[in-house]
Design a protein around this ligand. Structure first.
Ligand SMILES: [Zn+2]
Length: 486
């Protein structure tokens, strides 16, 4: 008898220990088990959501309700899990080209409906909290991978007027569910740093203002507490890579609307991470962000921690380029000057909106010492010139594909002439193509396409094609695409 009691006590203790041991590091370490491999890049349409929602409806843990339709008639769903008193509303992709969090939401659904060592954690979570999700609030924008909806209205400037069906759905959910917490899930430019450092703001957080005076109230304070808590939890994995978004009041935006209406809603902006073009690591950190937040909402760890942690998040600065060339010589009317060059590889949609190409531009010239690059090249002692056009014509693109690109690049040719050019704006070649053979020589100018040569004396060392750097010393070619000049 005595022995049995001891065993029972031991089991209860063990049970308790297992539950309280679940922490942010578990979400981080076990992520791959829950990653939804039906989505692997940022461009996916509403049909993908339909399929995944249908699959999700097979789980008896989940309640799925159609909330309405977009302007073009695509269904917008609310997915609810849990029965707890505290409620959370998460909505993603109100901007159609901001899909990182939508990917993460489907990973989170996989986590929430699984049957594994997190069962106790889930039971506790679902007892304390009801989780509500709207994945892809703007399916019409997502279809064309553009920010705005089908009528080109920015839904995040429709919170006051509430004219669009998508905005009405979100406002109605706030009003009917009265969620205590919210997560407003977006993507921001990849060119933000966290503070003045060179670290890209992989994530930015904001506890929005509810008036122009940026006053504090209990709802905003609670938002700062949960946001500060999550920030602190994520630091070990992406130290220095989280920024604080500008808190100017915007009465037409939903984050501000939510705070004003009693929902402690955190803005989460997915930014940039080096060599993560499809934002798959950022997706993972969205998974960690939200589960860490849910965990704390369930156990109220963040309550009473105050706002200092939140205010310690460094403010965003738009200080990044894709590539910065430092301190190269440029020649002008017989004199030499030292300049830095900042290059951005601007991403554009292919005509079917399902893929991307890049257009590399010179975005700044001069002293760029306060700025940073995802890639940087120390150009001290080197002289920069424009890329050259190959003197012989090719009849078609097929003829061009027979040649040795590297040998052309090694001679400083970044563009070739092709008599018959394909449709579209880009080629899957490490060179640009053009129809007319005008001399592209002359001065390097702002807003030029970034086709450049870097010489050490007479010797060519680096070639930049469409913003992509090719180091002739390595033979490693990673030029994503060239541009068609018509
Ligand atoms: Zn957005």
């Amino acid at each position: 008898m005595m022995h049995m009691k001891k065993t029972l006590l031991f089991l209860i203790l063990l049970h308790g220990i297992v539950m309280s041991q679940i922490s942010t590091s578990d979400f981080y370490n076990d992520y791959e088990k829950y990653k939804d491999n039906n989505i692997s890049n940022r461009r996916f349409g509403h049909e993908v959501i339909e399929k995944l929602v249908e699959k999700l409806s097979l789980s008896d843990k989940v309640v799925i309700k159609k909330q309405g339709e977009s302007l073009n008639g695509d269904s917008i769903y609310l997915i609810s899990i849990g029965t707890g008193e505290r409620s959370v509303l998460c909505w993603s992709q109100m901007h159609g080209d901001e899909s990182t969090a939508t990917m993460a939401l489907f990973d989170i659904f996989n986590f929430l409906i699984a049957d594994d060592r997190y069962n106790d954690f889930r039971e506790e979570l679902f007892n304390n909290v009801t989780l509500h999700f709207v994945p892809m609030l703007n399916p019409d924008g997502a279809e064309m991978f553009k920010r705005r909806n089908a009528l080109d209205i920015d839904l995040n400037r429709d919170a006051a007027r509430q004219q669009m069906p998508e905005s009405k759905i979100l406002a109605h959910l706030q009003d009917s569910l009265k969620p205590e917490y919210g997560f407003n899930l977006h993507d921001q430019s990849t060119y933000y740093t966290a503070g003045r450092s060179d670290a890209s703001a992989m994530l930015s957080f904001l506890a929005p203002a509810f008036n122009f005076e940026k006053d504090m109230n209990a709802v905003r304070e609670k938002t700062m507490e949960i946001t500060g808590y999550i920030y602190n939890e994520l630091q070990p994995y992406i130290p220095g890579h989280i920024g604080r978004y500008n808190d100017d009041y915007e009465p037409r935006a939903f984050g501000d609307y939510m705070i004003a209406h009693g929902t402690a809603s955190t803005l989460v902006e997915s930014g940039g991470w080096k060599d993560d073009e499809e934002k798959q690591f950022i997706r993972k950190m969205n998974f960690v962000t939200l589960l860490s937040g849910f965990n704390s909402i369930s156990t109220e760890k963040h309550r009473g921690m105050g706002t200092d942690m939140y205010w310690s998040i460094p403010e965003n600065e738009r200080n990044l380029f894709d590539l910065v060339i430092r301190e190269v010589y440029v020649e002008y009317r017989g004199n030499k000057y030292i300049i830095d060059i900042g290059i951005k590889r601007n991403e554009e949609n292919t005509s079917d909106y399902k893929s991307k190409f890049y257009r590399g531009k010179i975005e700044d010239i001069g002293d760029l010492s306060i700025f940073h690059g995802y890639d940087e090249l120390n150009g001290e002692g080197l002289t920069i010139k424009k890329g050259k056009v190959y003197p012989e014509n090719f009849a078609t693109l097929a003829d061009l594909k027979k040649i040795d690109y590297i040998s052309l690049l090694k001679d400083g040719y970044t563009t070739v002439v092709c008599d018959s050019l394909p449709d579209g704006e880009y080629v899957n070649l490490p060179l640009n193509v053009t129809r007319k053979k005008d001399e592209l020589q002359g001065n390097i100018e702002l807003d030029d396409d970034a086709n450049l040569l870097l010489y050490n004396g007479e010797k060519l060392k680096y070639v930049i094609v469409n913003g992509f750097l090719f180091d002739l010393g390595t033979n490693k070619l990673n030029i994503y695409n060239g541009i068609i000049y018509k």
